[in-house]
Design a protein around this ligand. Structure first.
Ligand SMILES: [Zn+2]
Length: 664
């Protein structure tokens, strides 16, 4: 197999298109002093990967045919010029090209209509063009490609049509390679001979048939572990989780689209069973929840739960509308108006119509077996003889674990014994445990993929509307490429967050457990605010737009004594329900949405004595403390004003916890 290195097919997009088309079919044109193309497989891919009306070149081999398909799936909007695409895609809105990437979560402040200013180099300069041609002429590796041109690829929108410029050429190049490898193995081979003699129309027609006739399976899996991590040493389970994620990513390099905390998104051939993955994860007794959806190649929706997600989203919109409209009615007339408003929204509204359509689709997918959801468990024995494993309670305990210090014996199954036997994977936690650290912070960042796609859809529609696109909601389709683009930023966000946390505490007081899960030993409770401040800063830097809508990214911070059972902290951290959730064991909780975080951190109550008074009172009765704030007879009534203001804005519980943290 000749190596066309699909990553490089769009390198021509780094050149001014008024001089050289990005498939180089008019090269060298009027250019002088530029080197000739030395044909190799990469060049064939570059020259022939389009099969559009405008192109004179088109796929002349099976590989380039695959490249053409992969290129399309990996793009921000469909580009094969098929009828059904044209109605959906936003690229026909016209207007001047926009060459820089509009990240939906972090839009640029400038709009660049010139390629050269977008990527910061003169893209019509024959020297630059020479550099690109000579680079491909030497048949470089994909690694060299990203090293040499990575910075430009990250700045250049894959598709410069206004409204389609939402992903970078960098993401597109990587994703094209993934789909290329996937489809190359999956699709039925057609001999190169056929391609050699086929006309462009014939190839176009074949592409159309394959896109409409090929089924792929989108699968989301969630890995769960039966082990309850009660003690610090049980945290090895997270080491296993990391290992399993790596193992699956390595085993399925051309299938894994997205890796979250314990979730993975995969694209699979129709005949691929989840059984193989089950075997991998069940080594340690893990089990899987999954959702899978069969779709055509020309519907690259990344989320298998799409229909239920949309129903859920529509319903939330209905309730929001209902509340908004009710709020407009004077209180004494609300009861009467309620029925009427309910009817117009829940029976006649456009969401109601959409929901009915979606339910039909859902039933259709279920009956046609296009959508499936369920759980896959590890092979369990029919009967478990005692003693039962004390950690997972799923297997017979055949091993004994003796604690070196206390001599306590635990009965464990082989799985759990082996996890324990890994030894201490998080050495600092052991040290802190030995020294009996008073306060530590468990810090976890979570990402809700369904929520993410919802929010991206809304932000995309907003962007399209700003460009004057009509029916923006219908066209704001989130495809693989946007999700991948987000993923790059999300990974960078996590790493910056960790670095900043590490920078604010001593190295011996920081322990990474996973990319999105760390522990910190703190000296003062106020360090909770240090963590919140860092989160807020990094969040503002990467995802400012999420603050205007809902945030799919959640932060959980639990602050216990090291001896406190980890399981209690994990109950909160494993299911993050609020944008920001802080729980200081024994003191109280703070629950905020992202929009509130910055103002919350700006609360200023200068009078420490008042805080102490509030906290002291709350130790007798929290209710009494609240009454005291509003008691005009209290001699500090006036001075409580900043606290009262804060309570109005953030709620009493949040402020009480704030006061307890500030009061030590
Ligand atoms: Zn066990």
């Amino acid at each position: 197999m000749k190596d066309i290195k699909p990553e490089m097919h769009d390198i021509g997009k780094l050149i001014d298109s008024s001089i050289i088309k990005h498939n180089f079919e008019n090269y060298p044109g009027n250019l002088e002093g530029v080197p000739p193309i030395k044909m190799n497989p990469i060049w064939e891919g570059i020259l022939q990967h389009h099969c559009a009306e405008w192109a004179t070149q088109y796929p002349k081999s099976f590989q380039i045919f695959i490249l053409s398909l992969a290129d399309d799936i990996a793009s921000a909007t469909s580009r094969h010029g098929m009828k059904e695409d044209e109605e959906r895609r936003p690229r026909y809105i016209g207007g001047k090209s926009i060459y820089n990437v509009y990240k939906l979560w972090n839009p640029p402040s400038d709009v660049f209509h010139e390629l050269s200013s977008a990527i910061g180099i003169d893209t019509s300069d024959p020297k630059w063009i020479t550099r690109i041609v000579e680079f491909i002429n030497k048949n470089p590796s994909s690694k060299e490609f990203f090293e040499t041109f990575g910075d430009y690829l990250k700045k250049r929108a894959e598709d410069a049509h206004p409204g389609s410029n939402i992903t970078s050429l960098w993401t597109h190049s990587k994703l094209t390679a993934l789909f290329y490898n996937f489809l190359y193995d999956y699709l039925e081979k057609v001999s190169d001979k056929w391609f050699k003699t086929a006309t462009k129309e014939e190839v176009r027609d074949y592409i159309r048939r394959v896109r409409e006739g090929t089924k792929i399976k989108m699968v989301k899996i969630k890995m769960n572990f039966p082990q309850y991590p009660v003690r610090i040493r049980d945290l090895n389970i997270f080491d296993v989780l990391k290992e399993l994620k790596n193992e699956i990513s390595k085993k399925y390099p051309d299938n894994v689209i997205f890796v979250g905390f314990n979730e993975l998104l995969l694209v699979l051939p129709l005949n691929k069973k989840l059984e193989e993955i089950r075997e991998t994860v069940s080594k340690y007794g893990f089990w899987l929840e999954y959702a899978e959806r069969i779709q055509n190649l020309n519907q690259p929706y990344p989320d298998p739960d799409r229909i239920m997600r949309l129903i859920d989203k529509m319903q939330k919109m209905q309730y929001k509308k209902f509340e908004e409209q009710i709020a407009k009615v004077p209180p004494d007339k609300r009861k009467k108006a309620e029925e009427r408003i309910r009817k117009t929204i829940f029976e006649k509204g456009k969401e109601a119509k959409r929901i009915a359509e979606l339910w039909d689709e859902y039933r259709h997918e279920l009956s046609e077996k296009l959508y499936k959801k369920g759980s896959i468990y590890a092979n369990l024995p029919d009967q478990i003889n005692p003693p039962i494993c004390e950690i997972c309670q799923l297997n017979q305990a055949t091993e004994k674990w003796v604690d070196e210090e206390s001599g306590i014996v635990e009965n464990l199954c082989v799985n759990c014994f082996n996890i324990r036997k890994r030894g201490s994977r998080f050495p600092k936690l052991d040290e802190w445990e030995k020294e009996g650290a008073d306060r530590i912070l468990w810090i976890r960042i979570g990402l809700d993929i369904n929520e993410l796609i919802n929010v991206l859809e809304d932000l995309y529609a907003e962007y399209l509307r700003s460009l004057g696109v009509k029916k923006a909601e219908e066209r704001a389709e989130i495809r693989f490429s946007v999700l991948s683009e987000f993923d790059w930023d999300y990974k960078e966000f996590l790493s910056k967050f960790r670095d900043k946390i590490l920078g604010s505490f001593e190295e011996n007081d920081f322990q990474q457990i996973l990319e999105d899960f760390v522990a910190v030993k703190i000296k003062s409770l106020k360090d909770v605010f240090t963590v919140l401040r860092i989160f807020d800063d990094v969040f503002n830097e990467f995802f400012p737009k999420f603050k205007e809508v809902t945030s799919p990214i959640k932060l959980g911070v639990v602050c216990p004594n090291i001896k406190y059972p980890f399981l209690e902290s994990w109950r909160i951290l494993s299911d993050l329900k609020y944008d920001v959730h802080v729980c200081v064991i024994g003191k109280g909780e703070i629950k905020l949405n992202m929009e509130q975080l910055t103002p919350f951190l700006e609360i200023k109550v200068k009078n420490k004595a008042l805080i102490h008074k509030l906290v002291a009172m709350s130790e007798i009765s929290e209710k009494l403390a609240e009454i005291m704030l509003y008691d005009r007879a209290d001699r500090d009534y006036r001075r409580y004003k900043p606290l009262r203001d804060a309570v109005r804005e953030f709620g009493y519980q949040n402020i009480l916890t704030y006061a307890k943290i500030m009061g030590g």
